[in-house]
Design a protein around this ligand. Structure first.
Ligand code: ADP
Length: 447
């Protein structure tokens, strides 16, 4: 087992990883930018190294500095968390070359899956259903229009390097193509330094359902059932739950088998997620694979009673898995508490948290790095906490979430709590009848 892990991340996920390391008897090294010196992950780690100024490019994305920090502290592994360098093939490769275990996918796996157009081709070979669309990258608007007319509008163009819902545009007609193409490429170039685009059929009102998988170094892959992430605003997840209210045992079996086949096709090692779109006929299509731990992993942890970070560290250290699949025993839900104003277009609301009360009680979990007096820096994403509830049934889980949300007090900044409270009262949401289009008609004006 590893003796010391450097966590190349910040915020709640850095703290989340430190907690598991402590339970496993592994020493931890936190890294932080000058904007994060007061963050809890710095205080909870055994050692902490300042890696640069607030800008991510000069701190959390600075590979030479991170490697140097691991070397001076004698860390034998690096956990990248999510975001930042977690799916960066070069970082994974450099870690390996320096004799530091990267707790994530190898450069080869990331290259196969990180590039979305290539990932689709790999999945087709593994027999996993994919959304019809371009064969690899689009070369021109003309070619795009041709494919769109063949598979019929609406279509969606997506950045091959995309993430977080950015670099994609829905197109309804030939006339809209040129502008959407220009906008998506500009956005993608700015966000990911890559403007490669691919095209697929836009599935109307689908569900976003993803399957959690784990693979070990000996070729075994299993799945840990699904999460429903259909509650999204502008393709960004706000609420996730497990199991999906749309799931049937038969569909879980089919989706689980497809996810395992897809991961096995690249000899996947580590924890990962295969994302699917599911239409109203319960036909499903591969969308992308995330070769890292995800923000919403706690809902799976709660329904199968399993520490996914521990599992991730164990497989990285070469410990085999049983190979059994796991189904949900309970119902869990996660609300992303962001420092954003939901009544004002979810505009970021950085600043100082003056008063904070964190909810608790039976079946309530809060993963957060903030505290009263903490100043939220404007430099990073705006998530300040994840509120997770778990209960015997979905109905009880929602009741518990509502109760926990009403106890949650954050003063000094705006948060998404009023949105979540309203959602928990929504009849359609309570019935479990929703698709990724649900929030398009949601009334945010009364928040
Ligand atoms: P990202 O990596 O940016 O999150 P994804 O490929 O996971 O991008 O897509 C994000 C969201 O965009 C999905 O959850 C879904 O709501 C929507 N989406 C993506 N592709 C399609 C499609 N072909 N049809 C309908 N919706 C889509």
């Amino acid at each position: 087992m590893f003796k010391k892990i450097l966590i190349a991340n910040r915020g709640e996920i850095a703290l989340r990883i430190i907690r598991t390391c402590k339970e496993m008897g592994i020493k931890t090294v936190a890294v932080y930018s000058t904007a994060d010196k007061e963050s809890l992950h710095v205080r909870f780690a055994d050692e902490a190294v300042c890696i640069g100024p607030p800008a991510s490019a000069q701190s959390y994305l600075n590979i030479p500095t991170l490697i140097a920090a691991a070397e001076i502290t004698n860390a034998d592994a690096i956990h990248p968390g999510y975001g930042f360098l977690s799916e960066n093939a070069e970082f994974s490769r450099i870690c390996q070359e320096n004799g530091i275990k990267f707790i994530g996918a190898t450069a080869e796996m990331i290259n196969q899956m990180g590039d979305k157009a290539t990932a689709k081709a790999t999945m087709i070979k593994a027999g996993v259903p994919v959304v019809p669309g371009s064969d690899g990258l689009l070369e021109s608007v003309e070619q795009g229009k041709k494919i769109a007319n063949k598979i019929k509008y609406p279509v969606i163009i997506k950045a091959t390097a995309g993430g977080g819902g950015r670099g994609m545009r829905i197109i309804h007609s030939d006339e809209e193509f040129q502008k959407a193409w220009d906008d998506a490429r500009t956005e993608s170039k700015a966000a990911f330094g890559n403007d490669g685009m691919y095209l697929e059929k836009y599935v109307v009102e689908p569900r976003h359902i993803e399957v959690q998988i784990v693979g070990d170094q000996y070729g075994r892959v299993c799945h840990l059932s699904e999460r429903d992430c259909s509650i999204q605003r502008r393709h960004q997840k706000l609420v996730e739950e497990a199991p999906s209210p749309f799931m049937t045992p038969e569909l879980r079996e089919r989706m689980g088998a497809a996810a395992v086949a897809g991961a096995s096709a690249i000899n996947y090692e580590g924890v990962g997620t295969i994302e699917f779109l599911v239409d109203k006929n319960r036909d499903f299509y591969f969308m992308e694979m995330n070769t890292r731990i995800q923000v919403e992993h706690p809902v799976t942890e709660e329904v199968i009673n399993y520490d996914l970070i521990k599992e991730q560290i164990k497989v990285a250290a070469g410990i085999p898995i049983s190979g059994n699949n796991y189904g949900p025993k309970l119902h869990a839900m996660e609300c992303r508490i962001n420092a954003e104003d939901p009544a004002n277009g979810f505009r970021p609301s950085p600043g100082k948290i003056t008063v904070l009360h964190i909810p608790g009680g039976h079946g309530v979990r809060v993963d957060t790095h903030v505290y009263a007096g903490y100043s939220i820096p404007p430099n990073y994403d705006s998530m300040i906490a994840k509120l997770i509830t778990v209960a015997q049934t979905r109905e009880e889980c929602i009741v518990k979430m509502k109760r926990a949300l009403s106890e949650f007090v954050v003063e000094g900044v705006k948060t998404t709590i009023p949105f979540h409270l309203k959602l928990m009262d929504d009849e359609k949401f309570k019935e479990g009848v929703f698709t990724t289009a649900f929030l398009e008609t949601f009334d945010f004006s009364t928040l």
